[in-house]
Write a protein that binds this ligand. Structure first.
Ligand SMILES: Cc1cc2nc3c(=O)[nH]c(=O)nc-3n(C[C@H](O)[C@H](O)[C@H](O)COP(=O)(O)O)c2cc1C
Length: 208
C-alpha cells in the first residue's frame, strides 16, 4: 500500500512540503509506504487543449516529465495533493499539473477509486484556504477519487482537508508571522488526522 504526496508549491521543502510530510509520517506510522513528489523537480508544459485525450488515454505532449508523474499516480493507492494558496486558488504549477492529468480521466478513469486528500497553506489565517481546498476536493471528485478528510472527534476543525498558516497576529496594522507552519498546532493536528484517515481507508480498500 502506498500514499503519494504531490506538492504544487513553487518553493520546494517549505510550508506545504512540511504539511505533506506530516501527513506522510502519520501514514507511515500506520504501516503505509509513502513518497513525496515536488512538482518543481519536473518539467510540466501547459495543456494545449488539443482534446486528443478525449479519445485516447494519453497526452499528445511527449517532451516533458508528465509520463513519470502519470506512472507514479497509477502506482499509488492514495494521493494527497498540497498547494500554497495563491489568490484563493492553487498555484499555477498545480493547475498546470491538474490540467495535464486529464488523460488519466477521460477514457480509462485511472484514478477512480483511489483515496485522495488535500492540504493547503496560506500566509494569512483566513487567506483563501477553504476555497483552495474546495478546488482540490472538486478535482479529486472529478477524477472519481474517494476523498478522505482530517476528520477527528474533537475540536473545531471543519474537516474538508488540512489548512495551514504562519499568521500570528496583527497589532496596529503590523502583521506578525511565525517562522514555520509546524508551529501551527491546528494545521499539524489536521495533517496527522488526514494521514491516519487516508492510511486506514487505503488499508481497508486493499483488504477487500
Ligand atoms: C502570487 C502569490 C499569491 C498569494 N496569494 C495569497 C493569498 O491569496 N492569501 C494568502 O494568505 N497568502 C497568499 N500568498 C502567500 C502564500 O500562500 C504563501 O507564501 C505560501 O502558502 C507559502 O507556501 P510554501 O512555503 O509552500 O511556498 C500568495 C503568494 C504568492 C507568491
Amino acid at each position: 500500500m502506498k500514499i503519494l504526496a504531490i506538492n504544487g508549491s513553487h518553493r520546494k521543502g517549505k510550508n506545504t512540503a512540511e504539511m505533506l510530510n506530516t501527513v506522510l509520517a502519520e501514514a507511515e506510522a500506520q504501516g503505509v509506504e509513502t513518497e513525496l513528489v515536488e512538482l518543481m523537480d519536473y518539467e510540466i508544459k501547459e495543456c494545449i487543449s488539443c482534446n486528443k485525450c478525449l479519445f485516447k488515454p494519453e497526452c499528445s505532449i511527449k517532451d516533458d516529465d508528465m509520463d513519470k508523474l502519470y506512472e507514479k499516480m497509477r502506482e499509488a493507492d492514495g494521493i494527497v495533493f498540497g498547494s500554497p494558496v495563491y489568490f484563493s486558488n492553487v498555484t499555477g504549477r498545480m493547475k498546470d499539473f491538474i490540467d495535464r492529468s486529464r488523460p488519466l480521466h477521460m477514457v480509462a478513469n485511472e484514478l477512480d477509486g483511489k483515496v485522495g486528500g488535500a492540504v493547503v497553506h496560506a500566509d494569512l489565517r483566513n487567506g483563501g484556504q477553504e476555497l483552495a481546498l474546495a478546488i482540490l476536493n472538486a478535482y479529486m471528485q472529478g477524477q472519481g477519487m474517494l476523498v478522505s478528510s482530517d476528520r477527528g472527534a474533537d475540536e473545531g476543525i471543519v474537516n474538508t482537508g488540512a489548512m495551514g498558516t504562519k499568521f500570528a497576529s496583527c497589532e496596529e496594522g503590523k502583521m506578525r508571522f511565525v517562522k514555520r507552519v509546524t508551529q501551527d498546532e491546528v494545521a499539524l493536528t489536521s495533517c496527522q488526522r488526514l494521514g491516519r484517515n487516508m492510511a486506514k481507508l487505503v488499508q481497508r480498500l486493499g483488504a477487500e
